[in-house]
Design a binder for this molecule. Sequence first.
Ligand SMILES: NC(=O)c1ccc[n+]([C@@H]2O[C@H](COP(=O)([O-])OP(=O)(O)OC[C@H]3O[C@@H](n4cnc5c(N)ncnc54)[C@H](OP(=O)(O)O)[C@@H]3O)[C@@H](O)[C@H]2O)c1
Length: 398
Amino acid sequence: MMINLNEEITLDDHIKLENEYLFSTPQKVLLTGATGFLGAYMLYDLLNYTTSHIYCLLRADSESLALQRLFDNWNAYMLDHEEKEKRITPVLGDLSKSNLGIEKVLYEQLSKEIDSIYHLAASVSFAPDYQKLKAINVVGIQEIIKLAALNKPKLLHFVSTYAVFNTKFYNGSEIIFEKDLEGSSEGIKKGYGQSKWVAENICYLARRRGIPITIYRPGIISADQRKGIYNPSCIMNLMILSVITMGYAQAIDFKLHFTPVDYCSRAIALLAQKQSSVNKNFHLVNTPISWQQLLHWLAKKGHSIKQIEPNEWYQRLYELIKKNSMFYPLYFLVAMKNDQNSWSKANVVTSSFDDGNVKMRLKEFELSCPALDDALLDTYYAYWLKKKVIEPSLIKRI
Ligand SMILES: NC(=O)c1ccc[n+]([C@@H]2O[C@H](COP(=O)([O-])OP(=O)(O)OC[C@H]3O[C@@H](n4cnc5c(N)ncnc54)[C@H](OP(=O)(O)O)[C@@H]3O)[C@@H](O)[C@H]2O)c1
């Protein structure tokens, strides 16, 4: 069924600010998505770079289980902080429910005490269609905006994605600037991109009602720069590992915009502190590396990769997925039979992204998105070896 995404851009009329928002250093913030990949680092950097107390919206049956989930996630990414007990409070809830599923008295209290909201939670999955993602990615932002406006006006930090630019309007754009989205949604094929496109547009509606919202658009969130710890469900990570495992790659070229997770969280934590960031959009992306450059680097690591036609590559990928369940998240690529090569022509892999707004504000912190150079790729590679996700026999020492 075709959905008119423009009709999905709605916000209840009663959602509006009762008082004007005044910028201040936040004492109390709400973070969503803290059990996720970016969320783990965001929580860590909010502890590092702010003095705020952090309320984390978490799905769990009890507060102790919620904290357990949070810290298990931190353990997976080897993160820890001495102030974690003192400055983190779990809040049981669910984005897809009314009032975020938060108990009534606590919801009212948070609405009066919270200064800012960092909204990272989303269903980050490329397989389902829009309708399946709507409850979390669209209703979720509507509920978050409702809380932002209720009682005390709160500054909302919304993590969007560069995938919102995969529309016809941006086809052929050499460079995409940090402006509000223009044009219609025509051209966005995946439910995930569609849901984030609608969510961003709902943010613009809220801005027009005076609700302050800062929007961050990362590229592919890649492993951290220090240890190379990656998100096991990252599609691009699995794609590179599948190429190494099969010894075959598609004979195509496209741009890869990576955003190392620790840069992403630190950039958000620092940008959020600036009054000049309010109501701005930020592109958190690096200078892209090309697919062919990546294959060249793999060759230098001793992998002999043969480049083949995409159709043959997808067939080989299907065989690999059947043998090794680690690659199952890539199945959606195989399933897109009629459309399988379109992603390599998508705007996010053909255009470049300007990040002038980010550069201007992060200069004083000497922070910029690191290039995916050989040194960073080597860090990522060392961690793959440590996790034994590359068969040693595949590496020909040269
Ligand atoms: N990963 C990327 O490459 C990438 C690129 C650009 C933008 N982004 C954006 O960055 C953000 C974080 O992405 P990520 O990769 O870190 O995601 P992730 O690892 O999949 O984490 C998603 C988080 O959202 C939470 N969540 C999902 N449904 C929820 C619900 N109904 N109620 C409350 N929480 C819910 C999850 O909680 P549970 O643990 O309870 O499931 C988890 O903490 C997302 O907004 C995404 O769109 C990601």
